[in-house]
Each structure stands twice: as C-alpha cells, then as structure tokens.
Write a protein that binds this ligand. Structure first.
Ligand code: NAD
Length: 421
C-alpha cells in the first residue's frame, strides 16, 4: 500500500519506518527540511533504538517531502501523526490537527480515487467526528465514508522500545464507522498477526485515553503506597512483587519512585480531566493521580535534606530524559527536581547519555557533564532516570537519593535513600 505519514516525531517516524518494513511505500510529510533530509539518508531524527536500521533497510520504499498535497495525491492512505499538546489550562490544543485536516481536505478535491485518512494522534473522543470530518468534508467537497475513508487508530508505543512495541503489540485498536474502512485497516495490520479490536471511532479514541489514564493511575497508586512503605521501613518493590502475582492485578507499572513524565501521560490525563469538567463532571481519581505525580519529585529533595543542608552544595543529577532509551525530556521529572535544587541554593551538575541537548533550553545555566563519572564528584547525587549504564558506576562513598532504584547504588553508596523503599 502507498501511505503518507504527516508528522515525523516519535509516532510518525516509528510508524512510517515500521510500515515500510511491512512492505508499504511510505512518504513522510514534515515541515523541517533538515529533519526530512536526515530521514531520507537513513538517520533518525529522534533517539529510538532500532529506528535507523529500519530506515536504512527500507530506504528504497521511503520518500520525504514538505508538500503535503503531493504526498496525499501519490498515496492511498494518510496517517495523521502530528502533536496534540496541552494548553496552559490543561485542555487539548488541536491546532495542528485542525491545520492538517484543512490541508488534507484541500488535497482531496482533485483526487479521483478514494483516499483514507487515519487518525493516529491522541485526540479526545468526538474529535475525529466533530472536528476532523467536518473540515475534510468542507475543504474537499466530498462526504465521509462515500467520498473518503476515515478511521481512528490510536498508538500505544512506548518510547525506548517503540519498534518492538509496533511489531509485537498487545492489540491493534481500529475505530471505524464503515465496513470498507475496517477491511482496509485490517489489511494494513494483517502482517503483524496481532489481536485486532474493532469499534466505532469515538470509542477507539476513548480506549487510548482510558489506557493512559489507567497506567498513570497505577503509577500514582504505587507512589502513594511507596511513600507509606518508606515511612514504615517496608520495601514497596517487594510489596508490589507480591501484589502483582495476583492475575487480576498484574505486576506491570508498579515501579514506585518519582512519578511519570513524558509526552503522553501528563497531557492526556489533564486533557481527560478538562474534558470531564466541560461535561460537568469532576474526576476525583484523575485529579489525585496528577496531584500525587506532581508532589513526588519533591520527595527526593526532602530525603536529601535529612542528610545535609543543600544550600551552597553541589548536587549531581543523573538522568534528564523522562525515561531511559529516549532523548525525550517532555515533562521529565528532572525539570521540577532541578528547579527545586536551584531555588534552595544548590549548584547543579547534570548528565544524560542522550537527552542533554533537548534538556539544555530548560536550564541553560547549569553545568552539563560530559560523563556520568563527572557527576559523581559532587556532595550528593540524585538518580532521576534509570539508564542501564548507571548500573556500572562506582557509587562507593557517595551520598545517593535514588528515584529509580539502581541496584548498584543501593548496594554501594555510603548514604542511600530510595524514594519509596
Ligand atoms: P511530536 O511532537 O514528536 O511529533 C509531531 C510532529 O508533527 C512534529 O515533528 C511536528 O513538526 C509535526 N507536524 C505538526 N504539524 C505538521 C504539519 N502541518 N505538517 C507536517 N508535520 C507537522 O509528537 P509525538 O510524540 O510523535 O506524538 C504525536 C501524537 O501521537 C500525539 O497526539 C501524541 O499524544 C500521540 N502519541 C505519542 C506517543 C509517544 O510516545 N510519543 C505514544 C502514543 C501516542
């Protein structure tokens, strides 16, 4: 199949490369020529293990362009993979969705064959039906279903293991309002042999939000219990190991620590809260999930202060990415942690194996170390991201507050505090 991908961020780049590997011809549509040039030359615009290899392997089936209309006209299917960030009040910002819908709609005016548009971006239930379809119909002069196909196909990849997640997904969710589009969607994903769940468009959109809200809830629950365990001198990891053996509960996403960041959980939970309020509902559990998550990073500073007055001290921060194997720093827990350290008069030395340049604009004036070892030469060290390579450091004689449970630090440090253990 010929597929155009609009947006070459984490979702667009990964989905396009993986669909090319399944034998499809891909045209990536982006706004940044330099980034497109990178993709075309087999270089990944983001840090994602395995992505460059896929781009190189499938180079013959991959093209790039800034001309959205040309890409749509040369393909049968278009995947919308643009950003859906939060506005300042937590509600969803649909400007990018709005803009690409207008552009796709205009591109469909002249097309003679039926084109299908797939919403991969995370959008609130009703967005495709109430915003995207009306724009496409208005701009193209065609009717949805008869004139063009339309589907929701939310993305569940995890940054850092996105390629693996694509090829071995737990499920493919297909939101469609007609049989022809459902058949086409099933054809695209048939090589994966993954369980397919078909539903209508708005239910599919809701499945994405509920998945993220539930996982975020599990983490905040683990953190609340973790804080309690810490006070009682109980290891929350052992508690959750035992709890997770219950098949009704499952052991995943019980890693208590300093909370979740990233481009999805915080913004998606806030968008759902904002949407619920617009509908006259106050979501008490979801509010608590966000509040617990926001309070968690400060626990590191509280624990450190049991051991030293941090004013005037040099504090090392290990890890700036929101999770290991990613260069994404959106909503990274390192941001509130470094802010608190600076507010309390500490000097900060920070290190991350890949995310430093993405992080630098947040704090241009702190010192960014070239190696993790450099960070160890400080008064105390906060472990913020669980990069594997931190397991090889020599923590002997050090003062460590660990937000992510690095085993070697736990064993070796002179003073060691785990946030929830
Ligand atoms: P991103 O910000 O990394 O990428 C979005 C890209 O779209 C950017 O490169 C931007 O320049 C581009 N773009 C915007 N308007 C464009 C236009 N008119 N033409 C061409 N390109 C345009 O975002 P992302 O992390 O890839 O997420 C995309 C969507 O997928 C979001 O809705 C997000 O919530 C969802 N999602 C993300 C993840 C994840 O782990 N990152 C996982 C699942 C779902």
């Amino acid at each position: 199949m010929k597929i155009s991908i609009i947006g070459t961020g984490y979702v667009g780049a990964v989905t396009g490369a993986c669909l090319a590997d399944l034998g499809n011809t891909i045209i990536f549509v982006g706004r940044n020529k330099a980034k497109l040039k990178l993709i075309k030359s087999g270089k990944s615009p983001i840090f994602e293990p395995g992505l460059e290899q896929l781009l190189i392997k499938n180079e013959k089936r991959i093209a790039t362009t800034t001309d959205l209309s040309d890409a749509v006209s040369k393909t049968d299917v278009t995947l919308i993979c643009v950003g859906t960030p939060s506005k300042a009040d937590g509600s969803i910002d649909l400007q990018q969705i709005n803009d690409v819908s207008v552009a796709i709609g205009k591109s469909l005016v002249e097309s003679e064959k039926k084109h299908t548009i797939i919403m991969k971006s995370t959008v609130l239930p009703g967005t495709t039906e109430q915003l995207v379809i009306p724009i496409l119909e208005r701009e193209s002069g065609k009717k949805a279903i008869e004139g063009f196909g339309i589907a929701s196909n939310p993305e569940f990849l995890k940054e850092g293991s996105a390629i693996e997640d694509f090829f071995h997904t737990d499920r493919v969710i297909i939101g469609v309002n007609d049989q022809e589009t459902e058949n086409l969607m099933k054809k695209i994903y048939s090589p994966l042999n993954a369980p397919v769940f078909s539903t209508n468009i708005r239910t599919s959109e809701m499945i994405k939000y509920v998945s993220n809200a539930f996982l975020a809830t599990k983490i905040s629950f683990a953190n609340e219990i973790g804080n309690l365990c810490k006070r009682m001198d109980i290891d929350s990891f052992e508690v959750f190991e035992g709890v997770g053996l219950d098949a009704r509960i499952s052991p995943h996403f019980f890693r208590s620590g300093i909370g979740f960041g990233g481009s999805c959980f915080p913004k998606d939970v806030r968008a759902l809260i904002s949407h619920a309020r617009n509908l006259g509902l106050e979501p008490k559990v979801l509010n608590a999930v966000i509040r617990t998550n926001e309070e968690q990073p400060a626990k590191m500073i509280e624990l450190l202060k049991h051991h030293m007055n941090i004013t005037g001290k040099t504090i090392g921060v290990l890890g700036l990415a929101f999770k290991p194997d990613s260069d994404d720093v959106r909503e990274s827990r390192a941001i509130p942690i470094i802010k608190l350290l600076l507010e309390q008069g500490a000097t900060v030395i920070a290190f991350d194996p890949v995310a430093t340049e993405n992080f630098r604009p947040h704090f241009p004036d702190i010192y960014y170390a070239k190696t993790a070892e450099e960070v160890l030469d400080t008064d105390a060290i906060l472990i913020v991201t669980e990069w594997k390579e931190f397991e090889n450091l020599d923590f002997r004689g050090k003062v460590i507050v660990d937000g992510r449970r690095i085993g070697k630090a736990r064993k070796e440090a002179n003073v060691y505090e785990g946030v929830c253990w």
